[in-house]
Design a protein around this ligand. Structure first.
Ligand code: THU
Length: 146
């Protein structure tokens, strides 16, 4: 369980991370903030590439950063995405893409939450396992402990 203050901190960090986006091709700026079981939070943004398929999403960018620092269990992830220079009333909830869902699955805690928001006050909350990636395939299917 995480409290309201922590949820808002995660959304705020995701919004901040989106401002670092390198997305000259799509102009879609995404930020993600992952709360790990250590209590630490790691952020990431999408980084595109002239060879389009070489880009990486914000969620995987944050996840790779966390795992690179020794983290293995994620309690929550907050995601914010918007077109560069979007007006406040043009914002939409940015859900994780399919590849990111599977990537996060590897390190998702039993109760992992996914927050998608347009601001620190306006976000929706989902259960990762019940609502974002149900009936998933993960490490335990290969008898691996994370
Ligand atoms: N993007 C993310 O960062 N996360 C997602 O879950 C969906 C898409 C990025 C990838 C690309 O840089 C841009 O948004 C447009 O697809």
């Amino acid at each position: 369980m995480i409290d309201l203050e922590k949820e808002q901190e995660l959304m705020s960090l995701a919004i901040g991370a989106s401002q670092k986006s390198y997305s000259p091709y799509s102009n879609f700026q995404v930020g993600a903030a992952i709360l790990c079981d250590s209590g630490k939070i790691f952020t990431g943004t999408n980084v595109e590439n002239a060879s389009y398929g070489g880009g990486i999403c914000a969620e995987r960018s944050a996840a790779v950063t966390a795992v690179s620092q020794g983290e293995r269990k994620f309690l929550a992830v907050a995601i914010f995405g918007s077109f560069k220079d979007a007006k406040e009333d043009g914002l939409q909830y940015a859900f994780p893409c399919g590849i990111c869902r599977q990537f996060l699955r590897e390190f998702a805690s039993k109760d992992m939450l996914v927050l998608v928001g347009t601001s620190v006050e306006d976000y929706k909350k989902f259960s990762f396992h019940d609502e974002i990636l149900p009936h998933s395939f993960g490490p335990e299917d290969l008898k691996v402990e994370v």
